[in-house]
Design a binder for this molecule. Structure first.
Ligand SMILES: O=P(O)(O)O[C@@H]1C[C@H](O)[C@@H](CO)O1
Length: 291
């Protein structure tokens, strides 16, 4: 017996084996959907879908805009698995719980992880509705010692001290930029640095100014722990932020952000995001270039 937030090394395999017994799909690509971005699984063919509450060992989503469903299916012939809803630290999950699915994906045979999120922009040139290809991240909780890799290292997954430079795959970023050009959407596509903060409150003006001075382009409350765990176990990583709001950096600014507005912007860009992810997965497939 162990507490609900403690994970035993066998737990990942138990969940992976259960999923393998329930679906014939054997995904090579996993997609984690950010707030309001769950539609990324809508184009999957031959779907097998599991509410998180049915999956042994899975945490539950508690945030509006995160359906709490794991969907398997084919995207342009490539088998994928998609998390319609992720887990955040501020929901009260331990970091090992928030990243639990990533190691399960590894055991399922996934080779590439695509992460998406809703984020607020700090870069002055960004507009609401822009899509930011994540070039790198600052993991604030991680820098402060809140790291999903804390505790005994499981050598089966990766090394004790994994490097994190180059964590967002250069070829996938380059290809995504090229695909955006071909899709005619480059005018609202950026490439930049994402910063994870703990949330759940949005930033104060002083915090926003600090992040801006640190070179952060967009800020959110997720993603970095998943990416750290994915990279640790050798997954190739690609990430997208949808800019849902401009972070308030001036005391004269009377606007303030809220979660409903964040979800609204997801709807605005759903088609473009879906097309970009689909084309990227297709490109990986035709280049036999998943890993
Ligand atoms: O899951 P993501 O990172 O997309 O969710 C963002 C950050 C907060 O959870 C929420 C704030 O609106 O959206």
């Amino acid at each position: 017996m162990h507490s609900k937030d403690q994970i035993c090394p066998d737990d990942y395999q138990k969940t992976a084996s259960w999923l393998q017994s329930q679906t014939h799909h054997r995904p090579k690509v996993a997609i984690i959907c950010g707030s309001g971005l769950g539609m990324l699984a809508d184009d999957f063919k031959c779907q097998d879908s599991f509410p998180y509450s049915d999956i042994p060992g899975f945490p539950q989503s508690t945030v509006q805009g995160h359906a709490g469903r794991l969907v398997f299916g084919e995207l342009k012939g490539k088998t994928c698995v998609c998390m319609q809803g992720r887990f955040h630290m501020y929901e009260g999950h331990s970091l090992s719980k928030t990243t639990f699915p990533v190691r399960v994906f590894k055991l399922l045979g996934v080779e590439t992880l695509i992460v998406t999120n809703a984020a607020g922009s700090l870069a002055d040139s960004y507009q609401v509705g822009d899509i930011m290809i994540i070039k790198d991240h600052i993991n604030f909780p991680g820098l402060a010692g809140l790291n999903p890799l804390n505790g005994p290292n499981d050598d089966k997954f990766g090394p004790r001290f994994p490097p994190m430079s180059g964590v967002y795959d250069r070829d996938l970023r380059k290809m995504a930029l090229e695909l955006c050009k071909r899709m005619g959407v480059s005018q609202f596509v950026q490439e930049g640095v994402y910063c994870m903060v703990g949330g759940p409150n949005f930033e104060t003006v002083a915090e926003a100014r600090l992040l801006h001075r640190l070179g952060v382009d967009a800020v959110g409350m997720s993603t970095a722990p998943e990416v750290v765990v994915a990279s640790h176990c050798g997954l190739r990583v690609f990430g997208l932020s949808l800019i849902t709001n401009k972070v308030v950096k001036s005391y004269d600014d009377t606007e303030s952000v809220n979660h409903d507005a964040v979800l609204e912007v997801g709807k605005l860009r759903s088609q473009t995001l879906q097309s970009l992810v689909t084309e990227l997965v297709h490109w990986m497939d035709i280049n036999n270039n998943t890993a």
